[in-house]
Ligand binder design. Structure first.
Ligand SMILES: NC(=O)c1ccc[n+]([C@@H]2O[C@H](COP(=O)([O-])OP(=O)(O)OC[C@H]3O[C@@H](n4cnc5c(N)ncnc54)[C@H](O)[C@@H]3O)[C@@H](O)[C@H]2O)c1
Length: 336
């Protein structure tokens, strides 16, 4: 018996999920859902699954156990609530929702759907490096958190493809908002944010290049979250990302720019991806497939989520405060 999964949203991330489900022997890709018939059918065919224009149409035709929701950030709420009301297990991409109101609506639907397992796709919750950092800080090894620095700088193609669909601090920065709150063990209570835009406008794309967020935590620690998509495509690692937390008794640093392997040939120098979703033995490996495997284990063995839904709601609260800070050009309180 395998777990029947529908992937809803056959875009960039949805296609990664389709492949991961299709490659997992404990799951069946039972449906690919996307309103755009041509691209939806193409992806479905590539992974040997039927295509449907809506989740409802898929549910009428195939028996589903769970869904992976990979629609644009601003559309998470409707599909996720529908799936929960249908009694399905749900892996919903981060952010849980684009507004606090939407995140609350999903959390309320999840509370009603007592039989459904819910995992919010904060994929770094499954990365052993960050899990280890969170455990180390929680054990008190660095003492009381004093200050932190979280940076995530990705290639400009990500910003070009996004083209204003989501603000950068929502699409990329939600990872770091969650890392800060999770690893420090304390919610962000105030933010002051600013942005700059040169690369995207020059390419006639919507959105800003970088968001810089000063943040204060409930426990008194302060820090910065720096989110950018200006890396040249040729950057050897494809990512420059760092998380540093300084405490009263020490500090912990997670540098994920290099992943332990470097390749220097006559033509190129590269730092290949070995942790996130490298292709090994012809399959996707690493943290993104591990997230799906954990979701299957939640369904099969009744395991708890690695991220509480209220923690995902809390990250959405911070997004609202960043919006407000950018609008008012001053500090904004997070409505906890
Ligand atoms: N975990 C990560 O590291 C990571 C990385 C990238 C994207 N994401 C998340 O994945 C989600 C999708 O992002 P993306 O970059 O793949 O977007 P995308 O725009 O490439 O794809 C979205 C797809 O959803 C489809 N769609 C729109 N409305 C739909 C509906 N009602 N039902 C079904 N399908 C619908 C679109 O046609 C499109 O194919 C976002 O929430 C994003 O934040 C997560």
């Amino acid at each position: 018996m395998t777990t029947n999964i529908a992937v809803v949203g056959a875009g960039r991330m949805g296609q990664v999920h389709c492949r991961i489900v299709a490659e997992n022997p404990r799951a069946t890709l039972a449906a690919v859902v996307d309103p755009f018939e041509e691209s939806g059918r193409r992806v479905a065919q590539q992974y040997g699954a039927p295509w449907y224009p809506t989740l409802n149409a898929a549910r009428e035709d195939v028996a589903l156990d769970g869904v992976i929701i990979a629609v644009p950030d601003r559309l998470h709420v409707g599909v996720t609530v529908e799936a929960l009301q249908a009694g399905l297990h749900v892996l919903v991409e981060k952010p849980l929702a684009d507004t606090l109101e939407g995140a609350r609506a999903i959390a309320d639907a999840a509370a009603e759907a007592t039989e459904s397992k819910v995992l919010v796709g904060h994929v770094l919750r499954h990365d052993p490096r960050f899990r280890s950092a969170a455990k180390t800080v929680a054990a008190g090894a660095v003492g009381e958190p004093v200050h932190f620095r979280a940076a995530r700088i990705v290639p400009r193609s990500v910003g070009f493809a996004n083209n204003g669909a989501s603000p950068i601090y929502m699409y990329q920065g939600i990872h770091d908002i969650d890392l800060v709150q999770w690893i420090s063990g304390s919610p962000i209570v105030r933010v002051s944010a600013t942005t700059a835009a040169k690369v995207l406008p020059a390419a006639s794309k919507d959105g800003v290049d970088v968001a810089l967020i000063l943040a204060e935590l409930e426990n008194g620690a302060v820090g910065t979250i720096e989110i950018s998509w200006v890396l040249p495509e040729s950057t050897p690692s494809g990512l420059a990302s760092q998380f540093d937390l300084y405490g009263t008794d020490g500090n912990i640093k997670v540098d994920v720019t290099a992943e332990g392997v470097s390749l220097d040939t006559l033509d190129e120098f590269r730092l290949p991806n070995t942790m996130l979703d490298p292709e090994l033995d012809g399959r996707l490996d690493g943290v993104v497939p591990q997230q799906f495997d954990y979701f299957l284990q939640m369904v099969e063995f009744d395991l708890p989520s690695r991220i509480g839904i209220e923690e995902a709601v809390s990250a959405a609260r911070v997004l609202d405060a960043i919006d407000e800070s950018l609008r008012t050009r001053t500090w904004a309180e997070v409505a906890h």
